[in-house]
Design a protein around this ligand. Structure first.
Ligand SMILES: [Fe+2]
Length: 372
């Protein structure tokens, strides 16, 4: 039986479950919904007027968006501002281009305004009113945001509750004057802050667990239950492959290269997605993925994601340790020769060579034995 025929039969059996409150919301907002699995450049995504918000936008949704998280790109016209808005779901924002400011206030009237420019990261405190202003009269400003609207809208199925709810969460935001000040309060890989002024230049911490010279920084902006991190890896290197749950929105901030994605246990070539500054990649649920730097500068990316991926009983994310001991990370020693050949060829096109040998040797010092 063909794939089409199999799917047609299943589609009919699931027909009564196809429409969910979030899918209805998405349709009625009237925006284009692009496939977020691979967006070559967020700066070039076409946008349309979004009446609810007052700017121009497009949704970028992945295969599991209807149950995990979603994404949109927003453009604020030159000299313009968005509508005041509140929502009882969480949102993380990265400014892609331009400069401006945002005012945030709660229902008790505690209010704060902060400024931003391209590269800034911040969260919208849960259910706070907020309004974004473009600070330029000549250029549009553009941001990308990831939210957990889908499970919230599906759970409550009432847009009045979601968008017109008077409840304050003072433990999330209480008008603290330094709420959106950059803080450098660090704990291992974590920085406790609600605002990162420039994702491209903030120092990261070493993370040899992810492979060759990699660096890492984790955060939960606006005390969100969602999560974000920054990663960077040096010239001539690639990270270890791993798999996890859906909804990790990987946005390239610097460098050039490509990512490979492949489902575990299924024969065939990995899918390859070439990237540049501004590319978005959202690996599908449980798909192995691996990032390769083929350019002449360190590659850095942002990931806005859920915090729902699998962890062991100590709270360690399974994608941080070896498949050989039950994790979801593929050791260099277990990858295919074809992976390395492809990387060498891609580097050679830029006149570069791999710098992976020290990482292969370092891995052997702590590599668990292969399970039969
Ligand atoms: Fe990942």
């Amino acid at each position: 039986m063909s794939t089409d025929a199999i799917m047609e039969g299943l589609k009919q059996k699931f027909a009564s479950e196809a429409e969910r409150p979030y899918s209805k919301f998405l349709r009625e907002e009237g925006l284009d919904v692009l496939n977020a699995e691979y967006v070559p450049n967020l700066h070039r995504v076409p946008v349309k007027p979004w009446a609810r918000r007052g700017g121009n936008a497009a949704f970028l949704n992945h295969d599991a968006s209807h149950t995990s998280n979603d994404c949109y790109v927003m453009e604020i016209p030159a000299g313009g501002k968005l509508n005041p808005h509140r929502q009882i779901y969480e949102e993380m924002v990265m400014i892609l281009s331009g400069r401006g400011s945002t005012t945030v206030w709660n229902n008790a009237g505690k209010r704060i305004t902060f400024e931003w420019k391209a590269g800034a990261l911040f969260g919208i405190p849960l259910n706070c009113w907020h309004q974004h202003y473009n600070g330029s009269g000549a250029q549009p400003a553009r941001y990308v945001a990831v939210t957990n609207a889908p499970p919230i809208i599906n759970a409550y199925d009432n847009l009045d509750f979601v968008f017109n709810n008077p409840f304050d969460f003072p433990d999330r935001f209480n008008g603290e004057p330094d709420y959106f000040s950059a803080r450098n309060d660090r704990d291992h890989w974590r920085v406790n802050t609600n605002y990162i002024p420039d994702a491209l230049t903030i120092p990261l911490a070493m993370a040899h667990e992810r492979g060759a010279g990699g660096q890492h920084l984790r955060f939960s902006l606006a005390r969100t239950s969602q999560a974000g991190h920054l990663s960077q890896f040096p010239v001539g290197t690639y990270k270890k492959a791993h798999a996890h749950g859906p909804g990790a929105h990987v946005i390239i901030l610097s460098g050039e290269g490509y990512s490979l994605c492949w489902p575990d246990g299924i024969e065939g070539k990995p899918e390859r997605f070439d990237w540049e500054v501004g590319t978005l990649i959202v690996p599908r649920n449980a798909v192995y993925h691996q990032h390769f730097n083929t350019g002449r500068e360190p590659a850095r990316y942002l990931a806005f994601r859920t915090s729902g991926s699998a962890r062991n009983s100590q709270g360690v994310m399974k994608c941080f340790y070896s498949r050989r001991i039950g994790g979801d990370q593929l050791d260099y020693a277990d990858e295919t020769p074809e992976m390395r050949r492809m990387f060498e060829e891609a580097l050679a096109r830029n006149g570069l060579e791999p710098k992976m040998q020290p990482a292969y040797e370092k891995e052997l010092e702590s590599l668990p034995p292969r399970v039969a």
